[in-house]
Design a protein around this ligand. Sequence first.
Ligand code: GLA
Length: 405
Amino acid sequence: MGSLRRGMEREIEQARQLFEKEFGGQPVAAAKAPGRAELLGNHTDYNQGLVMALAVDKFIVMAGRPRSDGRVVLVSPIFERRALFEADRIAKDPEAPWADYTKGLLLQLQERGARFGGFEAVIHSTIPLGAGLSSSAALLVASALLLRKLYPYRIPELDRVESLDKGDAPPMDDAERLRLARICQKAENEFVGVNCGLLDHISSLFGRQDQVILIDCLDMKIDWTPMDSETAVVLAHSGVRHELVGGEYNDRRARCERAAKALGVPSLRHVTLEELEQARDRLEEFDYRCALHVVGEIERVARGADLLRRGDRQAFGELLCQSHESSRHNFRNSCPELDCLVELAKEHPACLGARLTGGGFGGATINLARAEEAEDFRRSLASGYAARMGKRLESWICRVVEGAA
Ligand code: GLA
C-alpha cells in the first residue's frame, strides 16, 4: 500500500495533516462519507415507508494505516481522549463513548467472519454535531470503508463477510452497498442502542450529485431523481442539540409499532388514512397521532416524488411545510426553536418550503429557497432568529453530493 497522495480533495487533505500530527508519518488510506439531510418523509423509514434524502457536502473523513500489534487507536479532535483497544477484544469504554460507532461496526463485521488486525486512524469531521445531519451514520460508513481499504473484505451475503487476502477489495455493487448499510444500522441498533432505521446509512452510501435519493423501505428499492437546479437547499441549525440515544426517538418508534400491532398490520406502510381514521378508537390518542404523522408522511413522499419529476417546486415545497406542521402537532418531535425557524422561513419571499429534518427534538431545519435569493434568505433567517430567540444561527447553502467512497 502506498501512502496517501498529497493535494487531494480538501477534507481528505485535512485528515491527512491531522494524521501526520497525531501519529507521525502518512496514512495509507482514507474514506470519506457525507452527512445526509432528510428532504421529506419523517420517521417513515422504520415503518417500511417512503423517504427522500440528500447526501450533503458535510463529511466525515477517516484516514489510517494498519498496526502490527493488533491494537486499534482512534483520534478525533472533537474529543479529548483517544480510543484504544485490541482488535480482537472489543468492548465499550465509558471514557470514549464516541468510539462505540466504530467498535459496533467492527464487531458486526467480525461476527460475520471478517478478520482484521490493528490500525490507527484519525476522524476528521465537518458535520456539526447534534444538527441531525447524521454524523453517526457517516462515522459508521467511513469506518467500514476505511477498514475495507486497510483489510479488504466482501459482503456476499448479509450474514457473511469474507476477508480477502490480497489486493484491493473489488468495487461494491448496489446490492453489496445495501448489505453494508444494514450492517451499519445493526451496529447502531445493537451496540450504540439507538433503534434507528436505514435512512441515514443508505443516504451516506447512495448519494448522487444533484440528485434526490428516493427510498422505499418496504422492498428497499432505491431510486434517484434530479434536484431542481434553480432551488437552493438551506440547512439551518437551531443550536438545540438533538440526541437520539435512548429517549424520545425510541419512544416514538415504539408508539408506531404499537399502533401497527393494534391495527393488525406488519407496519404503518400497510395502512391508509381512511383505515386509520376508522380504527381511531382502538388506539391510544398519542399513538394515533404518531401513526397519523407517519401515514401522512408516506403519502406526502409519494405525491412529492411525482411533483419533483414534473418540476413543480412550489407544490413540492408546500409538502415540506405540511410535514413540519404534522411533526409539530401530531408527532411532537419539534421544539420552539425549530418552529421559529420554519415560521421565519415562510415569511421570506424566496421560501418554497421548510421543515425540521431528521429525528427532530432539536437539530436543523431544511429549507428550499429560490437560488438567486438564497443568500438573502439565509441572512434573514439568522437575524430573525437572533431577534426572536436570542440565539445565533448556523446555516449553510449546501451542495448535493456523491455518496461515500
Ligand atoms: C433519524 C434516524 C433515521 C430516521 C430519522 C427520522 O435520523 O436515524 O433512521 O428515522 O431520524 O426520519
